[in-house]
Design a binder for this molecule. Structure first.
Ligand code: PMP
Length: 412
């Protein structure tokens, strides 16, 4: 007889059966996913979501870029097969992505292996598996704070994770001296994960002198930089945002890279990214990445990467994409300025100035957990408990409401 829930309970009462999932207990909801559900249950029409890290336009919508739509239309007629694409993905995509991150003239292009992955997350995980394969006792050093998913993505591969100081929550600035002296103690062969630009969650980036100092330190100590580039083009510009990474690839023998096309192409759900390795052993490294991929998900999904490849190799779509990316970048920069100027007008001079100095989608407001909870309860304004906001959630129709509420909570 087939089991329904009731007949199954009766059966289990009468038989001694070993159930494999009985040892598991319910896990708490992921903080961001939990926030989404709280937000959707809130019935207030003025509610504001500053939790989720996706770009939104002035209407609060996450649009499909026109360049993407047009590329999809082209693909609809030109695509002639849905046969497997193989573990390393699409060669045109891989080449175009290497040129996007390094620039077309970079000397490291010939030493760089680029392999298409399911999003930046897939790239991070494949890189972690590669690290484990080549250097099982290596530690990956991540910034404190870092993106919440870095530790599970890298740590679940079985690599040891440690943190280095990065952001000072009191003055809202990079604490480079503390970072540098911590990295002085890193052992040769360890990996140091750096955000290429638009640091998530702090919005605080390294400048050229910092990157250069880290290059010298990497050479002296023998650690390998591992760059996570999830927001190229969202900070200062496509080339500007990759400048630290390019500097490292010029002067160091080995660099790892995880890149995402989720934000700058707006392809979040298509899962497009790439793992990159700069090394003199390019072909050998690529063979290992292919074998790692084969053992996890066999091969990446094709559609999103085909869109990116079509855009980057088209003389018409590429400038269109660059323009659309520029609009997204400038809108966020504008929101940052408006927020600071409104808060200063409301009497909070100096308290939020860091937001205009920072870049990318995220910043910390510098609020206590109680203040964050009060914003949700009293005003329907949602953000993660650390007070990290995704600034793309603000627009001309809600920024004044937001600043008013923030000011009230700040004064309590
Ligand atoms: N790295 C960082 C720092 C991120 O913020 C994200 C996305 N939130 C990713 C990597 C990966 O993004 P995806 O897998 O969606 O491409």
């Amino acid at each position: 007889m087939p089991f329904g829930m009731n007949s199954l309970s009766v059966f289990l009462r009468n038989h001694r059966v070993h159930l494999m999932f009985d040892t598991l207990s319910q896990l708490p909801a992921d903080p961001i996913l939990g926030l989404i559900s709280q937000f959707s249950q809130d019935e207030r029409s003025q509610k504001i979501d500053l939790g989720v890290g996706v770009y939104r336009n002035t209407q609060g919508h996450t649009p499909i870029l026109s360049a993407v739509k047009q590329a999809e239309q082209m693909l609809l007629t030109s695509e002639h097969t849905k046969a497997y694409i193989g573990p390393v993905g699409d060669a045109v995509f891989n080449r175009s992505m290497a040129e996007l991150v390094l620039g077309k003239q970079h000397t490291a292009l010939e030493r760089m292996t680029m392999v298409q992955t399911p999003g930046g997350c897939g790239a991070l995980r494949v890189a972690a598996e590669l690290i484990k394969r080549t250097h099982a006792d290596a530690t990956i050093w991540v910034s404190d704070p870092t993106w919440g998913n870095h530790i599970p993505l890298l740590g679940d591969a079985g690599v040891t994770i440690k943190t280095y100081p990065y952001y000072n929550f009191n003055d809202h600035r990079l604490c480079f001296e503390a970072m540098f002296s911590c990295l002085e103690k890193v052992k040769a062969g360890d990996l140091v994960l750096l955000h290429g630009c638009c640091h998530n969650p702090s919005g605080t980036d390294l400048n050229t002198e910092h990157w250069q100092a880290l290059v010298s330190l990497a050479l002296r100590k023998g650690f390998v930089p591992f760059i996570d580039m999830a927001y190229q083009g969202f900070g200062e510009g496509i080339d500007e945002d990759a400048s630290g990474f390019r500097l490292m690839c010029e002067q160091l023998p080995e660099v790892l890279l995880a890149v995402s096309c989720s934000k700058n192409f707006g392809l979040y759900r298509e899962r497009v990214g790439a793992v990159g390795v700069v090394s003199a052993k390019k072909a050998i490294v690529e063979s290992h990445i292919a074998s790692i991929v084969r053992g996890i998900y066999s091969m990446p999904p094709s559609h999103g990467a085909a869109i990116v490849a079509a855009i980057l190799s088209s003389e018409i779509l590429r400038p269109l994409w660059e323009r659309e990316l520029g609009e997204m970048r400038e809108r966020i920069q504008q929101v940052r300025k408006e927020l600071v100027s409104s808060m200063n007008t409301l009497g909070a001079e100096g308290q939020f100035d860091h937001i205009a100095r920072q870049s990318g989608m995220f910043s910390f407001l510098g609020l206590t957990e109680t203040a964050v909870a009060a914003l949700a309860k009293d005003f329907g304004i949602y953000m993660v408990a650390s007070g990290r906001v995704s600034l793309a959630g603000l627009n001309p129709s809600n920024i004044n409401t937001f600043c008013g509420a923030l000011n009230k909570v700040r004064l309590r």
